[in-house]
Design a binder for this molecule. Structure first.
Ligand code: AMP
Ligand code: MG
Length: 400
């Protein structure tokens, strides 16, 4: 059996980042920047008012109340040519450029409008009060975001604010997903003896989308070599990677194994983990293919441990794995020695003692998807007799 770390090193190492491309700002959220972003514009672009009020010369407000003539008005998006002289006020709105000659703004709540175009200022202000200075957020030449940064919605806002409309970024990858198995039923028809409802594709498509991939659903393929070959070749033509479910273990009808053995350059693995021991990785015409086992829980664990980090690397991510913690076990995590690391599905939560605590999900069978669906983390339990309550265990968070 291959240790999990060795399998991860091999699979991730075989999935280099795709070449970055020029990407429109509208499409860059969630992607990874491939070059540093240096500001070429200053933000704000000009000195402006932080409030609705009256632009003044601060020195004129040192004795209050004081009455001043309102000599002009300036709204956001407008400007005034009036150069303020001592003893004047200009009505100004939030975001409007500060007229020349002013050095402070009195907020409207501290003023009273008087008849005859005058205003009474009731509170004195210091130089610079309620003024947002040009460039006080961003200066031209500022290195704002390094290559490798994942673009968040807020970062996209900053990029818009500095007029960075085309970014060099790693593109979203398109990933084909397909299930295999004669027993699988896709629709709502009553199950015949031996049939089960197909579920892995739904799970895997969702996990792929959550990983940031564009999913191409290739459907469920019968355990038929010719049909499977056709679908796999079509997937390799159209996509950057392929994820299959089922048919990679030792069964007589494991056709994925038969077809990929013929048309792809594959490595078949028995990984020293439970669940998800069987796993296949390879390439068809250079397109990485992840052969996940069919048991629903195994396919998830395989995806999480091997496919997800590799797909993230293809999209330029530096951080490949989910967050992990050292947690305390609140109940016994039982197991028997078998040469494998057990990846138990657990419920993890941060408690008042500041520690992450875990409890085992109801059932740990690799077909018991409903129990796994309630878990939010995977506990990594080393080979041996398990961990009694109160032990420390490494956990990988799956959500949150
Ligand atoms: P396999 O890896 O093809 O030997 O399948 C292992 C187990 O997982 C069998 O019990 C299958 O019926 C089940 N299985 C395979 N594919 C799926 C699927 N797409 N949805 C639900 N169960 C599946
Ligand atoms: Mg099968």
């Amino acid at each position: 059996m291959t240790p999990l770390e060795d399998a991860q090193t091999f699979v991730i190492g075989s999935c280099p980042p795709l070449l970055p491309v020029e990407t429109l700002l509208d499409e860059v959220v969630g992607l990874v920047l491939a070059t540093d972003v240096v500001a070429t514009e200053q933000v704000p672009p000009f000195d402006n008012s932080a409030v609705d009020g009256y632009a003044v010369i601060a020195a004129d407000t040192q004795t209050v109340p004081v009455e001043l003539p309102v000599v002009a008005e300036v709204a956001a998006g407008a400007a005034t040519d009036h150069v303020m002289r001592p003893g004047e006020a200009i009505r100004i709105m939030t975001g409007a450029p500060l007229p020349d000659g002013c050095d402070a703004v009195v907020m409207v709540e501290q003023t009273e409008r008087l008849p005859g175009g005058r205003v009474r200022i009731n509170a004195g202000v210091e130089t610079g009060a309620a003024v947002r200075n040009a460039g006080d957020d961003v200066q031209p030449g500022d290195l704002l975001f390094r290559a490798g940064t994942v673009v968040t919605p807020v970062i996209a806002g900053v990029l818009a604010s500095i007029n960075a409309r085309i970014l060099n970024a790693h593109r979203q990858i398109r990933v084909a997903v397909l299930s295999t198995g004669d027993e699988l039923v896709e629709d709502d028809r009553p199950l015949l003896r031996g049939q089960i409802r197909e579920s892995n594709r739904r799970t895997l498509a969702g996990l792929l989308r959550e990983t940031g991939c564009d999913v191409v659903d290739m459907g469920t393929v019968r355990d038929d070599e010719a049909a499977l070959e056709l679908v796999l070749r079509r997937a390799a033509d159209r996509c950057d990677a392929i994820v299959t479910s089922g048919g990679v273990s030792m069964g007589d009808y494991d056709v994925v194994k038969a077809v990929l053995g013929r048309i792809a350059d594959m490595t078949w693995m028995q990984i020293a983990i439970k669940p998800a021991k069987p796993f296949a990785f390879g390439t068809i015409d250079g397109v990485p293919i992840f052969g996940l086992p069919g048991n629903p829980v195994s396919s998830i664990v395989s995806f999480e441990m091997l496919a997800r980090p590799a797909l993230r690397r293809m999209m330029g991510h530096h951080k490949l794995s989910r967050p992990s913690h050292v947690a305390l076990t609140d109940d016994d995590l039982t197991r028997r020695p078998d040469g494998k690391v057990h990846l138990l599905r657990v419920l993890a939560s941060f408690e008042n003692d500041g520690r992450c605590h875990v409890r085992s999900a109801r059932s740990q069978g690799s077909h018991q998807l409903a129990a796994t669906s309630l878990a939010n983390a995977i506990a990594i339990v080393p080979d041996g007799d398990g961990l009694p309550a109160g032990s420390e265990v490494a956990v990988v968070m799956m959500q949150g």
